[in-house]
Design a binder for this molecule. Structure first.
Ligand SMILES: *Cc1c(COP(=O)(O)O)cnc(C)c1O
Length: 359
């Protein structure tokens, strides 16, 4: 039986059509600005997001880093969620490479920082304080779509205080497909989300299924600063059109199909609803988080991997659907999870606190 890999939507293989597009791409040296395929992708994603310009990046981490450093100087700070990728999962890069300090704030389950907390964290102009320059948000948040009302209020508050705004939109296409109004295309919905922000980073290597690549989108001026930073970070790539072609193919062919990934995530979540010993958190897009009775998470992960189902447990048990998963794979995962809870005694290991665990 084929392994069902639900660890992340980053594990996909390029499709034959994507590989063909890569092989056929006209190339040039992108550090000289000569790669027509990179230039076409950058124009395309800038148009989609409604920004003046865009810059192709090797990774989302580098894209967020160059975005933050393009907005901030040494000794500045950015306001960010305590559990946000741009604070917690990027190795502290903005502080390490840019001397830009994060001001992390508590988030609610929907990923929102309270507006009052944001306002209170914005420092007055005083030599005791770092200069507060930027607000960073993330959408999707743990697979859920951030409500427009919150995006509007938080970014408006930032603007009222002279702050710039950046969206970590690694999965913004998932957000768009899941929240487009009837009759509204996904691209129009991406632009609507992006409109709240001065800049955003999007990933092509997640649900869109490209092997590599992200883009930072923003004003021409911001992108020119980011281009210098990307070079410093070692992200100036040469015949990068190979990779940009995959990303462009993904934008042309893999956006609307995200709805199928979302459908499979719902299928998984629905199938787990009545399983004793675990609790499914909401699954609006392609990520299903599951809370397991205390102490049983590692054993479940081990049992799953022995039976050809891969998932991760870094921040709670997580299953992610993507291009290379089908309904049969999801049904195999469901059967295997049900078997685990049917076969093993539901007694938590000695020492584990009852009833309170996330994982
Ligand atoms: C994956 C991800 C990133 C970083 O992308 P990499 O290409 O893995 O560096 C940033 N933010 C979020 C929310 C992500 O999921």
């Amino acid at each position: 039986m084929k392994t069902v890999d639900l660890r992340s939507d980053t594990v996909t293989q390029p499709t034959p059509a994507m590989r063909a597009a890569m092989m056929a791409a006209p190339l040039g040296d992108d550090v000289f600005g000569d790669d027509p395929t990179v230039n076409a992708l950058q124009d395309h994603i800038a148009t989609i997001t409604g920004k003046q310009a865009a810059l192709f990046m090797p990774s989302g981490t580098q894209s967020n880093l160059c975005g933050i450093l393009a907005h901030c100087q040494r000794g500045d700070e950015y306001i960010v969620g305590q559990n946000a990728h741009t604070y917690r999962f990027e190795g502290g890069g903005a502080a390490v490479f840019g001397s830009v300090q994060p001001q992390p704030l508590v988030q609610d389950v929907a990923g929102r920082m309270a507006l009052a907390d944001i306002a209170a964290a914005i420092k007055p102009d005083d030599m005791h304080f770092a200069r507060t320059r930027l607000l960073c948000l993330e959408n999707t948040w743990n697979g859920n779509v951030m409500p427009d009302g919150y995006l509007h209020e938080a970014t408006q508050l930032a603007r009222d205080h002279g702050l710039a705004t950046h969206l970590d939109g690694a999965r913004v296409f998932n957000a768009a497909v899941a929240s487009a109004a009837p009759g509204q295309g996904a691209m129009a919905r991406v632009r609507e989300i992006a409109n709240h922000f001065d800049s955003l980073s999007v990933c092509f290597s997640k649900g869109l299924g490209a092997p590599v690549g992200s883009a930072l989108c923003g004003s021409r001026e911001l992108i020119e600063r980011a281009r210098r930073l990307r070079k410093m970070a070692g992200g100036g790539l040469r015949q990068a059109g190979f990779l940009a072609a995959a990303a462009h193919h993904a934008l042309d062919h893999h956006v609307d199909r995200l709805a199928a990934d979302h459908g499979l995530a719902t299928r998984l979540a629905d199938g787990l609803k009545d399983v004793n010993g675990l609790k499914v958190r909401s699954a609006q897009t392609n990520i299903v988080f599951v809370d397991v009775a205390t102490g049983r998470g590692p054993a479940l992960l081990e049992f799953l991997s022995q039976n050809g189902v891969l998932a991760t447990g870094l921040i709670g048990l997580r299953f992610v659907t993507h291009l290379d998963v089908d309904a049969a794979g999801i049904d195999h995962a469901l059967t295997t999870i049900r078997r685990f809870f049917a076969e093993l005694p539901a007694v938590p290991p000695a020492g584990a606190a009852a009833g309170s665990a996330v994982y």
